[in-house]
Design a protein around this ligand. Structure first.
Ligand code: G3P
Ligand code: CA
Length: 268
């Protein structure tokens, strides 16, 4: 569309499927990754947390209730926190029926299984360390799993970004593996950007919180890999807002409807 400004290079923003293509398949499941692939979307976003027995699993809430049948399967186990269930227990849960009967039997994936599927589709991964305060050491553990799966090899590094709402968590990831690209979720004050730019490559704000001026202010700082800080914004699900934030010059748009956003910003 003609009113949409491209960024400085004229490239449309990268489109990322939020929790997979989560408007069309249950979030953070293999089905949501498959759906993104089917739509031709290269980047998927997901959330990682940890079970009682130390397994990394892909789920957004710190609680299993909203996206699984945990209350039926384990009625006596309120308040149904992810961290209070073993991986074997979580593997029994149905993480698809809440979304629709076609997805009955979908599971909460382990991080390994999720990455295997992303790899099979040759997709790229924006991995969010969710609620790190609940899971001491999750940054090191996540990097270990990524490494085991080959995602820290030089050939894979361009396909991976690790992000968090916790600046401490982002800094820890950067300190442990400086080669890994990182993102800080939020809309920090411009005065805080110089400090953040020491360990994060991206500032990833909600779309309602930004403007052309803010995006330009972020771009003016250089990140730990010697490039301007990038902005990936979330969660934009309609064409008008996608065009608007593309006009602000954002580098990426995180969306539950990646087909809608791609069509809105393509061909600029
Ligand atoms: O990737 C951005 C977005 O996922 C942050 O919010 O709550 O969906 O994890 P949330
Ligand atoms: Ca997320």
């Amino acid at each position: 569309s003609s009113e949409v400004r491209a960024d400085a290079t004229g490239t449309p923003p990268t489109v990322l499927a939020h929790r997979g293509a989560s408007a069309y398949a249950p979030e953070n499941t293999l089905a949501a990754v498959d759906k993104a692939a089917e739509l031709g979307i290269k980047w998927v976003e997901n959330d990682v947390q940890r079970t009682k027995d130390g397994e990394l699993v892909v789920i957004h809430d710190d609680n299993l209730r909203r996206t699984t049948d945990v209350e039926e399967v384990f009625p006596g186990r309120a308040p149904w926190k992810v961290k209070d269930f073993t991986a074997a227990e979580i593997a029994r849960l149905d993480a698809g029926s809440w979304f629709g009967p076609a997805y009955a039997g979908a599971r909460v994936p382990t991080l390994e299984r999720y990455m295997d599927r992303v790899e099979r589709h040759r997709q790229r991964l924006l991995l969010e360390i969710k609620n790190p305060g609940l899971y001491p050491g999750i940054e090191r553990q996540t990097l270990k799993v990524l490494g085991n799966e080959g995602w820290l090899d030089r050939s894979h590094l361009g396909r991976l970004i690790v992000q968090s709402f916790s600046a401490d968590s982002v800094r820890t990831v950067h300190d442990l593996k400086p080669a890994v690209k990182t993102g800080f979720l939020g809309t920090p004050a411009v005065a805080d950007l110089p400090g953040l730019a020491g360990f994060t490559d991206q500032i990833n704000p909600s779309y309602g919180s930004i403007s052309t001026g803010y995006v330009a202010a972020v771009h003016a700082f250089t990140g730990p890999h010697g490039k301007p800080l990038e902005v990936f914004t979330w969660t934009v699900d309609d064409a008008a807002n996608a065009r608007r934030v593309a006009g602000y010059g954002v580098d990426g748009i995180i969306t539950n409807k990646p087909d809608v956003v791609r069509d809105a910003v393509r061909g600029r």
